[in-house]
Design a protein around this ligand. Structure first.
Ligand code: F6R
Length: 241
């Protein structure tokens, strides 16, 4: 596990951007695993900026997102599908047909999970997966207690996660109770992982992830076993190490 300590959120985003750009340039048909939430917004802004300056193209890139809320259609402004178009896809030269998110509005969610796994496999697997971390140690929406051998599945969101994400909705009641998420084992299959973390609020989670016991009660702790993880964190987030 490689740890890169940076000054602040802006620097975290810039370092992450250069890691992703290097991967996109190095591979013929790169497959990126992407996350939503507050943490990667700066990374996506930087990537858009680099694209505008002609420093990178996404024409040959495929993307797979970690997760999506159950019950929200692509058109719903709170869906992760919408988030990705708003924050990245609409501003770069990626073919939208090469961008994948689980369909949380599918009539057959179990089949959707199976299909999502198959699509990742068909693309040759994920070259680099961007991750954030939840305060309770979740990665993707794999909440504490999720089996380490899990593949893409439906999960009941923890109340603490719904409360943390209520800031994106008008009220807590509107936050969906379930999500589709890549499983822990799906994430661990990525060839490389780039975990981003910023702010004092995340300091305890980072310390448990890197120095705590490897346990399904704290899903991110499994990353200690992945052969190629880079954690880019600001000083506040890494302050308890
Ligand atoms: C998002 C995701 C989540 C977030 C985590 C941190 O696709 O899978 O695991 O990375 O909840 O969220 P933020 O970045 O909003 O603190």
């Amino acid at each position: 596990m490689q740890l890169k300590t940076v000054e602040n959120y802006q620097d975290m985003s810039m370092v992450a951007c250069s890691i992703i750009m290097e991967k996109v340039k190095q591979l013929e048909s790169p497959v990126l695993g992407l996350a939503t939430g507050s943490t990667p917004e700066g990374l996506y802004k930087q990537l858009i900026e680099q694209y505008k300056q002609d420093n990178v193209s996404f024409q040959n890139v495929k993307t797979f997102n970690l997760d999506e809320y159950v019950g929200l259609t692509k058109q719903n402004k709170q869906s992760y599908d919408y988030y990705m178009r708003e924050n990245l896809f609409s501003h770069i030269d990626i073919d939208l047909a090469n961008t994948y998110l689980p369909n949380g509005a599918s009539a057959d969610l179990d089949q959707e999970c199976i299909d999502y796994e198959a699509r990742i496999k068909q693309a040759g697997g994920i070259d680099i997966q961007v991750l954030g971390i939840g305060l309770n140690g979740h990665i993707g929406f794999n909440e504490p207690g999720t089996n380490f051998s899990s593949r893409t599945h439906i999960i009941d969101l923890a109340e603490s996660t719904r409360t943390a994400n209520a800031r994106f909705f008008d009220s807590l009641e509107e936050v969906p109770e379930q999500a589709i998420t890549m499983g822990v084992d799906t994430i661990m299959d990525s060839k490389e992982i780039l975990l981003l973390v910023s702010g004092e609020k995340k300091a305890e989670a980072v310390s448990r992830m890197l120095e705590g016991e490897i346990s399904e009660e704290f899903p991110a702790s499994i990353l200690q076993k992945h052969p190629h993880v880079t954690v880019v964190g600001d000083k506040a987030a890494l302050s308890l190490l």
